[in-house]
Design a protein around this ligand. Structure first.
Ligand SMILES: Cc1ncc(COP(=O)(O)O)c(C=O)c1O
Length: 411
């Protein structure tokens, strides 16, 4: 056994990312058997029917038209001022809450999660999220000596499990007096669930009750990474209005990502946007985050910010961008509909899907099922409690075929 050079806190199990591993196997299978004979649903990005990554034309035309110096320059630590305006409009659209808001640019939605975890929890704290969740929440929290605790996302009737949420929320707030809850909605990864406006009302009622204890500090992180691909029009943004006039000890932080909505995955841009009934609390958020920003990544991607601002401030460009995005949203919705209908036909059980890139299939032996599917040239992601199928990456035609193959593998 050789010595450790890393500090104690930096020693983690040697793990290869399962997703990238399976994506590699899928690429091999495509080479060997041809695209038409492989279903690769491992990738969490929009892929066209030919198997190529979608990069929105209306976005990259503007990005590439920027002067070199605008792409090359540093941005302000907090993000460019015009971007900080544009990103709030892009996030809230016509459902802006009646509250004080402040935004800080972050490298993707991931940076905003880091800000929330670091600045709003103490070492050793438990962070609450649902039992089906995006695994980097765990990576981000354990890195800084916090840990994830789960409530059950669904009850026996496959509805949002408000009872389980209430129980865990009350247990942790009682113990810690400070609680960060991460809610990934709309278009949850990996299930595709979106909290209804009524679900949100119930969640906020529980929090408001708890906020009567003035010593409690309640922070809600709304991970909206997939919001641009949810619902019709802006209906899936209506819940933002419920963040109006909250008690001052409830703070909302929205994680906004440009990765999916602008197909800028690798360009690393987004924002953390806070919502508070108190101006000083919003300002406190701002200064805490710019300190963290400086300490972690210094500043964000100026070219990505400028692209959003250019599009947002030009009616014609904005319309063209929205039209292009709608075309891909419709493509995604058609694929998901095909998958859900085909699953229904063959009696494959799914978790309640509403929107977004992924659909989950609960099962007992995800690893075994995944391996059986690999043998059929179907590549899905094994999770702790089931399989994740990425409709974002698979053509409608293949989305129709996959449920029968998955049903067979689960027998
Ligand atoms: C649930 C969820 N949150 C946040 C993100 C953030 O992504 P990014 O940092 O690329 O914006 C992702 C991306 O896959 C995600 O799936």
């Amino acid at each position: 056994m050789s010595i450790n050079m890393t500090a104690k806190h930096a020693r983690w199990p040697k793990a290869n990312d399962v997703i990238f591993g399976l994506a590699g196997q899928a690429a091999e299978a495509i080479k060997k058997y041809g695209k038409e004979n492989v279903i690769n649903s491992t990738i969490g990005a929009l892929i066209d029917d030919k198997g190529d990554l979608i990069a929105m034309k209306t976005v990259y035309e503007q990005f590439k038209a920027l002067p070199n110096a605008e792409i090359a320059a540093y941005s302000a630590i907090a993000g460019q001022p015009d971007f900080l305006e544009a990103v709030q409009t892009a996030c809230f659209r016509d459902h802006r809450p009646d509250a004080y808001t402040r935004a800080v640019a972050t490298p993707g939605g991931t940076g905003s999660i880091k800000h929330a975890v670091w600045n709003y929890t103490n070492p050793g704290d438990e962070v609450l999220t649902s039992d089906w969740y995006w695994s980097p929440y765990n990576t981000i929290t354990e890195e800084v000596d916090r840990k994830i605790t789960n409530y059950k996302l669904f009850n026996d009737k496959n509805e949002f499990n408000i009872e389980s949420f209430k129980e865990k929320f009350n247990e942790l707030i009682k113990k810690q007096k400070r609680l960060l809850t991460i809610i990934n909605t709309p278009a949850h990864n990996p299930t595709g669930y979106s909290l209804s406006d009524e679900d949100w009302k119930q969640v906020l009622d529980i929090m408001k009750e708890s906020a009567k204890d003035k010593d409690n500090r309640i922070i809600v992180f709304v991970d909206s990474a997939y919001i641009d691909f949810a619902g019709e029009g802006t209906e899936r943004r209506k819940f933002f209005e419920q963040f109006s006039n909250l008690p001052e000890n409830i703070l909302i932080i929205v994680g906004f990502s440009m990765s999916k909505g602008y197909t800028m995955y690798g360009l690393r841009s987004g924002a953390a946007i806070c919502i508070s009934s108190k101006e000083e609390i919003a300002e406190e958020f701002f200064y805490a985050c710019i300190h963290s920003g400086r300490a972690n990544w210094s500043n964000g991607n100026r070219g990505a910010m400028a692209t959003m601002t250019t599009i947002a401030n030009d009616e014609k460009l904005l319309k063209a961008y929205e039209d292009e995005k709608l075309m891909y949203k419709t493509m995604l919705q058609n694929r998901a509909k095909a998958f859900v209908e085909a699953a229904d036909k063959v009696g494959l059980e799914l978790l309640p899907y509403r929107d977004g890139f992924f659909i989950s299939i609960p099962c007992d032996n995800p690893m075994e099922a995944c391996q059986k599917l690999v043998d059929q040239n179907v590549f899905v992601i094994p999770l702790k409690m089931g399989l994740r199928f990425a409709v974002c990456a698979v053509s409608e035609e293949k989305c129709k075929k996959a449920p029968a193959l998955i049903k067979e593998a689960l027998k």
